[in-house]
Design a binder for this molecule. Structure first.
Ligand code: NDP
Length: 327
């Protein structure tokens, strides 16, 4: 049968990861990539796939079944999500948790009007972790849910370090505290402070003439980002930064600890250990792109989240095949 025709809007880390993930599917093909930059300046992994100006995407409505939105959550998606869901079925990884309700409304309005299906806030958190938080609460109504992140590179915290005077470059890793995780896994349902759950490790390249102790002080006391955590700062060379800290690992744990019956302990745990956050997130986006297309074929239009998608639709296999192989 015909392959699902996919487009990519925005070619950064997720754009590249989406290209790689589509290449691993049996039932989807990448038709085109769209960028706000000069298309000539954007080079894909597969040079045979064309790159076009995002402004020209309207001409591709009958050539693309689903568009994967790979823009940033901060300023790209709030604009691109509503605009592009008026033209295509879409999937995106909008991850500004506090703004998901208003983003949902904006995308829902344009997708619904156009008869398109748009899956928003897809990825691992929000996304797969959200589903596992929901499972935990629904199955063990008496209990507590814990999310631990890491070990992982945090883009937001790395940016915060890089903006400080005296810092030439730097990265930050979020690390879950083992003792806290052990307590949670024991079923004792501990109340944990921010400091008890995660610590933060920073690797910094100093600017010429900057004082290490002043930079360290300004990092560990930074409100919101570091002040509430045990933070370590290590100073490294630019070569070490390039050699040892270029990857984008991430992951974490969702743990539901609850009680059934007359106080029987039950613990549910889901974890991810990712060597590349963007390549994994893109792989999630591509599986949900397949689901967006199928939902649209079924006449289910408007904006939806991971909560609204039947899991069988993520698979290239038929429902009958899935019943036989995976149940
Ligand atoms: P990038 O910064 O790599 O890319 C974002 C956009 O920036 C691209 O779409 C691209 O648009 C533009 N861009 C990329 N490279 C360049 C460049 N060299 N010069 C100028 N512009 C460039 O972001 P990521 O792909 O890493 O992440 C996108 C979003 O994904 C994040 O904002 C985050 O919110 C979300 N995310 C969600 C996760 C989840 O679990 N839900 C997990 C991980 C990320 P264009 O081609 O049009 O210029």
């Amino acid at each position: 049968s015909e392959k699902i025709r996919v487009g990519i809007a925005g070619y950064g880390n997720l754009g590249r990861g989406t290209e790689l993930a589509i290449a691993k599917t049996p039932d989807m093909e990448l038709v085109a990539v769209f960028t706000r930059r000069d298309p000539e300046s954007v080079s894909l992994v597969n040079q045979n796939v064309p790159v076009y100006k995002l402004d020209d995407i309207g001409q591709f409505q009958d050539k693309i079944d689903v568009l994967v939105l790979c823009g940033g959550s901060k300023s790209d998606l709030p604009e691109q999500g509503p605009a592009l869901s008026a033209l295509f079925n879409t999937v995106d990884s909008f991850d500004t948790h506090a703004k998901i309700p208003e983003y949902f409304e904006a995308v829902n309005n344009s997708a619904e009007l156009a008869g398109n299906t748009s899956l928003i806030a897809i990825g691992w958190d929000p996304g797969l972790f959200s589903i596992n938080r929901l499972f935990g609460e629904a199955i063990l109504p008496e209990g507590a849910t814990y999310t631990f992140w890491g070990k992982g590179l945090s883009q937001g915290h790395s940016d915060a370090i890089r903006r400080l005077p005296g810092v030439k470059a730097g990265v930050q890793y979020t690390i879950p505290v083992t003792e806290a995780m052990d307590k949670v896994r024991s079923g004792s349902m501990p109340v944990l402070s921010t400091r008890e759950k995660h610590k933060r490790d920073c690797y910094v390249v100093l600017a010429e003439g900057a004082s290490a102790s002043e930079v360290e002080q300004s990092i560990v006391t930074m409100p919101d980002y570091f002040a509430d955590y045990d933070t370590t700062v290590s100073f490294i060379t630019e070569e070490e930064l390039k050699r040892d800290h270029a990857a984008m690992p991430h992951g974490g744990f969702v743990i539901r600890s609850g009680k059934t019956g007359a106080g029987t302990n039950q613990v549910m745990e889901y974890s991810l250990a990712l060597d590349s956050n963007p390549e994994f997130t893109s792989s999630v986006l591509v599986a949900y792109a397949r689901a967006a297309y199928k939902l649209n074929q079924m006449g289910q239009t408007g904006a939806k989240t991971a909560f609204d998608v039947p899991p069988g639709l993520l698979s290239p296999k038929s429902a009958a095949q899935l019943r036989k192989e995976l149940l």
